[in-house]
Design a protein around this ligand. Structure first.
Ligand code: F6R
Length: 243
């Protein structure tokens, strides 16, 4: 694991945008795995700025988002798809047919998960996967547990995760769907390169466990220790408990 500690969340955002911009410079048709959540938002804003300045061309890139709520459609105001439209897609020249999202409103959610795995494989696999981390150590919606599903799957969200996403649903955790679809831990670990971003003191403990703890399904991010090309972009607060 490469651990990069930066002064503040602004520097983390700039570094995240730079990692993606350089991936697109090296491989204009790169397949990017994207995360929603608050942490990468400033990084996405910086990517939009780089695009507007003519320094980032997304025209040949493809994207696959990590996860989506079940039971709502992509155009629901609380969906991760709406979130990504607002924070990234609206401001870059991604081709709509190269944007891939799990459809939480699909009639057969298991078939939808299988279809997503096939689509990732058909695109040639993920070149660069961006991740955030939940304070419980989740990546994607792979929640801590006795075991972790390998591939894209349905997941029952923990109460803490529903509370963490309440802002998308009028600040009411009860309105956050109870179920979601998520890439599996194997799907994530198959990405050729992974960049995880974490900022703020609330993430310090899960970051310590991810880096210094043993590998355990109780801290899904700890499985990143087995990957050969992972970078953690952290601000000082998120890095404050690393030994
Ligand atoms: C989002 C996702 C989640 C978030 C995590 C951190 O697509 O998969 O794992 O990355 O919950 O969320 P924030 O950044 O809001 O703290």
């Amino acid at each position: 694991m490469t651990i990069t500690v930066l002064d503040d969340s602004g520097a983390v955002a700039a570094a995240l945008a730079e990692r993606v911009a350089s991936a697109l410079r090296d491989k204009p048709d790169a397949v990017l795995g994207l995360a929603s959540g608050r942490t990468p938002v400033d990084g996405y804003a910086e990517m939009q700025r780089l695009h507007a300045a003519g320094q980032m061309d997304w025209s040949r890139a493809s994207t696959f988002n990590l996860d989506e709520f079940a039971g709502i459609s992509g155009d629901h105001p609380g969906s991760f798809r709406t979130f990504m439209e607002e924070h990234l897609f609206n401001g870059v020249n991604l081709r709509p047919e190269r944007v891939h999202f799990l459809n939480g409103a699909a009639g057969d959610l298991d078939a939808e998960c299988e279809h997503y795995e096939s689509a990732i494989a058909a695109a040639g696999g993920i070149d660069l996967q961006l991740l955030g981390i939940g304070s419980n150590g989740h990546i994607g919606f792979n929640e801590p547990g006795d075991d972790l599903p390998l591939r894209t799957h349905r997941v029952t969200l923990m109460e803490s995760t529903r509370r963490g996403n309440a802002a998308l649903f009028g600040n009411d955790p009860r309105k956050v769907p109870t179920e979601a679809l998520s890439m599996g831990i194997g799907t994530i670990l198959h990405a050729r390169r992974i960049v995880l971003v974490a900022t703020g003191e609330k993430k310090a403990e899960c970051i310590r466990q991810t880096i210094n703890g043993r590998i355990t399904t109780r801290v899904p991010a700890s499985l990143l220790q087995v990957h050969t090309d992972v970078e953690l972009l952290l601000d000082r607060e998120a890095a404050s408990k690393i030994r």
